[in-house]
Design a protein around this ligand. Structure first.
Ligand SMILES: [Zn+2]
Length: 531
């Protein structure tokens, strides 16, 4: 993600925007506070009582337990759910703009990883569930804030496939997540008054990191559970309502496989994914969106969407704002290996959102972020770092943001012969000199939930990679990056995976280096480059 704070990472306009950050509250939760009670050895008394030491032999396969209400994320313990892996979401919903309501069903196709007597899914409490079936049979369910606890009629043995279908309706809003640094969810663009029929850009869109999906469909809302999606969205077009114009489009990630108009005015769009994705990387939009297909870039089809009018149609022109996707794809393919998907595009909302988010194969941009070429580079780099390689848990956020931020500098270095990346990175350090605490109070390797998107995660993360490059040399550094993508593409990663990759390629022990750069409070001094 790029937030308004970091829209101009190439130092220049950087400092002034960073000075107003005010981030890094002292009250952030330390990971220690979220850890569970450590293991205690059995007491003396137990050792003296042989009967207590030899419990009835139990066949583990006969024990069925409730699935946990979170996957155990150190920052967001209730996010996601334990005991199963989702294979695919089949979402079939109808959106009614005049009442701002969504109704329909979501079927979760999943495989159990534990013996389950019940399991949870995440869904905001304002979405009312009317029925749940598991493998076709009606199931009991209860609600607890944004958790639905489902009790199927039969236990689900580990390793078995199951289908859970949820029928629901409600007014989608913001994703409910304790400690979230940022509100994500379902956004409606509305005119201020009902009489305002000039609402040419009123529409709906979804984004949010670390969570947005639970705002509108039942989900295992954690990046460690990636799945395929089939989204079937129907909207009843009503020509009497200007914000429900027959020309309006529904857009989401993946491929449009069908669009049909029924006689009753209902239009239905069906999109399917080809690649699994983390739920927070879903975006969607309904409104006055216009599509533009750029020429194929080798294996990649570029397909962009922009909310228009009043966005100028020229925004589809290559280089209108000085960004050039052809060169971005060339540089990143060269540095990181082949683009991991086969389509890409941007989705521009006609609002200054102060951010962009790397939603998979279709990055969503506020209009302000859209006008900054560096943000386009950043979100494209995330398709490798964040989307193809996905976080194991949210404490590892620097593996997304540090990499995407350094990629912006790598891109400049590749396309501009006069660009001196060593000078540029020293400038990043001096840009923070007056606000030194921004990099020195938040360790990027463990920033805490409130500082998930702090300057340190982005810039000290990028400086960590640059210092590593100086430490091990260009050849080994870039070989390590490629090996990391090759080995962990399509998987969930921790920082240890990256460190082990670099140590394997370099043959060096880098534990102390990474500890100082990622986990010490004080940022180390950037080493002198040999060039
Ligand atoms: Zn980012």
């Amino acid at each position: 993600m790029s937030t308004g704070k970091y829209l101009t990472p190439i130092v220049g306009g950087l400092l002034s925007s960073l000075l107003v950050l005010g981030c890094g509250e002292e009250t952030r939760t330390s990971p220690d506070e979220t850890q569970t009670t450590p293991y205690s050895p059995p007491s003396e008394q137990l050792e003296e009582d042989p009967a207590a030491l030899t419990p009835e032999p139990t066949d583990a396969s006969s024990i069925f337990l409730a699935g946990s209400k979170g996957v155990g994320d150190p920052y967001f313990p209730n996010l996601g759910n334990g005991g199963y892996d989702v294979t695919r979401y089949l979402i079939q919903v109808t959106w009614t703009p005049s009442s701002l309501t969504l109704r329909g069903s979501t079927t979760i196709e999943a495989e159990t990883t534990d013996n389950l007597s019940s399991f949870n899914v995440d869904l905001n409490p304002n979405m009312h569930v009317s029925s749940v079936t598991v493998n076709g049979d009606a199931a009991d369910f209860t609600r607890e804030s944004s958790e639905i606890i489902v009790k199927p009629v039969s236990n689900l043995p580990a390793g078995s496939e199951f289908q859970a279908r949820f029928t629901y309706n409600g007014e989608p809003g913001m994703s409910l997540l304790e400690n979230a640094p940022f509100d994500g969810g379902w956004f409606n663009q509305l005119s201020d008054t009902a009489e305002d029929f000039s609402c040419s850009s009123c529409g709906t869109y979804v984004y949010g990191e670390p969570s947005s999906s639970m705002a509108w469909h039942p989900v295992n809302d954690h990046p460690s559970d990636r799945a395929q999606f089939r989204i079937e969205m129907s909207v009843k077009m009503d020509p009497s309502q200007l914000w429900n114009n027959p020309d309006w489009e529904f857009v989401t990630n993946g491929f449009l496989i069908d669009k049909r108009k029924a006689e009753n005015g209902m239009t239905t769009w069906i999109y399917e994914t080809k690649y699994p994705r983390a739920p927070y990387l879903t975006t969607l939009a309904f409104g006055s969106f216009v599509e533009f297909e750029e020429a194929n870039l080798g294996d990649v089809q570029l397909r962009h969407w922009a909310q228009s009018p009043p966005l100028p149609v020229d925004i589809f022109e290559v280089d209108f704002f000085g960004f050039d996707y052809r060169s971005m794809f060339e540089v990143f393919t060269d540095l990181f290996g082949p683009y991991p998907f086969d389509t890409y595009g941007y989705l521009v909302i006609n609002e200054d959102l102060g951010l962009a988010l790397e939603t998979q194969t279709l990055s969503i941009f506020g209009y302000d972020a859209f006008q900054q070429p560096g943000v386009h580079v950043h979100e494209l780099a995330h398709q490798w770092f964040g989307n193809h390689i996905t976080l194991d848990n949210w404490s590892e956020i620097w593996l997304n943001e540090g990499f995407a931020t350094y990629s912006q500098f790598l891109y400049e270095e590749a396309v501009n012969p006069d660009y001196d990346i060593y000078y540029a990175m020293r400038n990043v350090v001096s840009a923070f000199e007056d606000e030194e605490q921004l990099l020195n109070k938040v360790p990027p390797g463990d920033p805490g939930p409130e500082d998930l998107f702090s300057a340190s995660v982005y810039f000290r993360g990028a400086l960590t990679l640059h210092a590593l490059r100086i430490e091990i040399g260009d050849e080994v550094f870039f070989a390590s990056l490629r090996k990391y993508v090759e080995d962990f593409g399509g998987k969930n990663v921790t920082t240890s995976d990256f460190i082990e990759t670099v140590e394997g390629v370099s043959g060096e022990d880098l534990e102390d280096f990474f500890n100082r750069w990622l986990y010490d409070l004080e940022m180390p001094t950037l080493p002198l480059a040999s060039n």
